[in-house]
Design a protein around this ligand. Structure first.
Ligand code: ZN
Length: 342
């Protein structure tokens, strides 16, 4: 089968010919139709410090996928060959207190598909049946391939009640944009999304009914005045990892405001904790998706009018994967989806 592999510890990925994985009794073999390129995959492609520390070689990469079940293990019930599916890319253990308590997303023994164990950028991927999420007709293969990042957005956005709230989202990458669409869908009042990249901000306004703000040109305080917001944003979702965004966020959030943090800073950053303390803020770090509440919520929202289709800006056959990573590197694309069906 075809597989996109980090064959050696240096920049790049290689389209290799590998045997179809054998599955265990509790696994499912998925025939891949479409995959999404994630920021994680770009880190692995570029072979940055994080990737060098984290990825053993050779490793088949990729964790955002949709496909069809090709084989089920002997012990697998309620899943059948031919079913359209996506799946959770975090493979959890069963021994930790968190996992035993059903809080799977907090399991410290988590392994990542396409990071620690062979990934989904291949014609076939082996996945524990536990991780499989069947797709309804309303979610086609392209949407199915981006449920993983949509899940990041949904997990972050639904951390706090957004009904009638003024929401600030710092960072207009694909996940920030999808979080903005979710905030609008669940009934926020003002949804303001910030970035310094005009193309990303334009895409945000195309995907969702949100107010894009280029913070290199306009001050958030002026925007708040324009919206007649007297006290500040009620909820902030940090999606950029940019140190300047933390400052803007803490300056423009209301006293008693709530903050969810998903963006990963490239290096340790300075935070003025006085602002956090005097404003009595609530902070929550968010990673991955809740298994499987986030999956249930996002599929339910997609079935009831949440429309994030336009966040997919590029569609390429897998053979042109290098072009996809090149586009990612330029930093002004939405999601890039690779097609494996040919
Ligand atoms: Zn991802």
């Amino acid at each position: 089968m075809r597989a996109l592999v980090k064959e050696k510890p240096e920049p790049g990925l290689w389209l290799a010919d590998l045997p179809i994985p054998a599955i265990g009794p509790d696994d499912v073999l998925v025939k891949i139709k479409k995959t999404g390129i994630c920021g994680t995959d770009a880190h692995i492609f570029n072979w940055d410090t994080w990737a060098q520390k984290t990825i053993p070689t050779p490793m088949t990469v990729g964790h955002e996928y949709a496909g069809e079940i090709a084989e089920v293990g002997a012990g697998v019930k309620r899943l059948v060959v031919g079913q359209r599916v996506s799946g959770e890319g975090h493979v959890v253990g069963t021994r930790s207190r968190a996992a035993r308590g059903g809080r799977y997303h907090l399991d410290p023994e988590t392994r990542g598909i396409g990071v620690d164990i062979p990934g989904a950028f291949a014609d076939y991927v082996r996945v524990p049946a536990f991780n499989i999420v069947p797709l309804p007709d309303a979610v086609d293969d392209e949407l199915g391939a981006i449920l993983d990042p949509l899940g990041n957005a949904v997990h972050t956005a639904l951390t706090y009640d957004l009904v009638g709230e003024d929401v600030l989202i710092t960072g207009a990458g694909p996940i920030g944009i999808m979080a903005a669409a979710v905030a609008r869908h669940v009934g926020a009042r003002h949804v303001v999304i910030t970035d310094v990249n005009p193309k990303r901000l334009a895409l945000a306004a195309e995907v969702a009914d949100v107010l894009p703000v280029d913070v290199s040109r306009e001050d958030l305080k002026a925007v708040m005045a324009r919206l007649k917001m007297a006290e500040g944003f009620d909820v902030a979702l940090e999606m950029s990892g940019a140190p300047s965004a933390f400052d803007q966020l803490f300056d423009s959030i209301v006293t008693g405001g709530r903050v969810a943090l998903l963006g990963l800073p490239a290096r340790p950053t300075l935070v003025d904790w006085n602002k956090v303390i005097f404003k009595q803020l609530t902070l929550k770090g968010v990673y991955g998706r809740e298994m499987f509440e986030t999956w249930h919520k996002m599929i339910a929202m997609l079935e009831s009018g949440l429309d994030i289709r336009k966040v997919v800006t590029h569609r390429l056959p897998v053979e042109r994967f290098r072009e996809g990573f090149e586009i990612m590197r330029r930093g002004d694309s939405g999601k890039i989806v690779l097609d494996w069906s040919a």
